[in-house]
Design a protein. Structure first.
Length: 241
């Protein structure tokens, strides 16, 4: 699902270069659940942005879901961003003036320009996804009236709406208390187990990372030697790149 080879990334600010990623290589098989750890500033978010095709300014090869992201046309790139990968962040990034349901549907209004799909069908689909995350009863609520865990579950529902293959989570429980953290994490685990979603989750929390079947660490801009996908975790269709 993810194949990175010798990724280098340098940020240049005021003509000063910061060589953040220094030869990252990593392979993640379809259906894996991987924790990404590393000190603050080690480049975890930077790496996620490259995997999610939000950043194309790097050297090395990044193949995601069988596609060399750098070579994609604009059209293929937006399809990739809308359908192949989904993001969850520490801050939930919900739109406060829209209902829960509208927050889930919104990205698809943009993604589907020109495609069939009437509003009723989209609303029904959003309701089904919200049901999956346990929020069917909140479809009409505004984000401001939800708890942190509920907000993150809305963000997860929004991420799932287009049935992505890969879920990238950047400290998804960083803003939540420990009880809520566990519940949100269990939800992500269930999506991995039941829907075969490949999950890469950045976390600082050791007990959360230890629930993942594999922990990958970034040290000095590179992934410390990692055995690659463990055979024991080889679930549905594992082995593709
Ligand atoms: N847009 C940017 N422009 C310039 N430098 C950046 C940019 N984004 C990140 N950096 C720098 O790159 C380095 C890695 O940042 P990154 O956000 O990837 O770290 P991180 O591992 O996600 O850290 P944290 O755990 O604190 O979120 C840091 O030194 C940071 O200052
Ligand atoms: Mg970060």
């Amino acid at each position: 699902m993810i194949r990175l080879e010798d990724i280098h990334k340098t940020y240049v600010v005021d003509k000063v270069g910061n060589h953040v990623l220094r030869g990252v290589s990593l392979a993640v098989a379809e259906g894996e659940f991987v924790a990404l750890m590393g000190a603050s500033g080690s480049g975890k978010s930077t790496l996620l942005n490259i995997i999610g095709a939000l950043d194309q300014d790097y050297t090395g090869r990044a193949q995601i879901a069988g596609q060399e992201v750098k070579g994609l046309s604009d059209r293929a790139l937006s399809r990739f961003r809308n359908r192949t990968v989904a993001y969850i962040f520490q801050q939930f990034h919900l739109l406060p003036h829209l209902s829960v349901l509208e927050n889930v549907v919104m990205p698809s209004w943009f993604a589907r320009s020109g495609e069939a799909g009437d509003d009723k069908a989209l609303a029904a689909k959003a309701t089904a996804v919200l049901d999956k995350v346990g929020l069917r009863h909140k479809v009409r609520a505004r984000p401001g009236h939800l708890s942190g865990g509920e907000k993150q579950r809305v963000a997860i529902a929004r991420a799932l709406f287009n049935q992505p293959k890969l879920l990238l989570c950047d400290e998804p429980t960083g803003a939540l208390d420990s009880d809520t953290t566990l519940k949100v994490f269990e939800l992500i685990e269930r999506l991995n187990a039941e829907e075969g979603l490949t999950v890469l989750v950045v976390t600082h929390e050791r007990d959360i990372a230890e629930r993942c079947r594999r922990i990958v660490r970034i040290v000095d801009g590179a992934v410390v030697p990692d055995p690659g996908p463990m055979t024991a975790t080889a679930t549905a269709g594992a082995g593709d790149a």
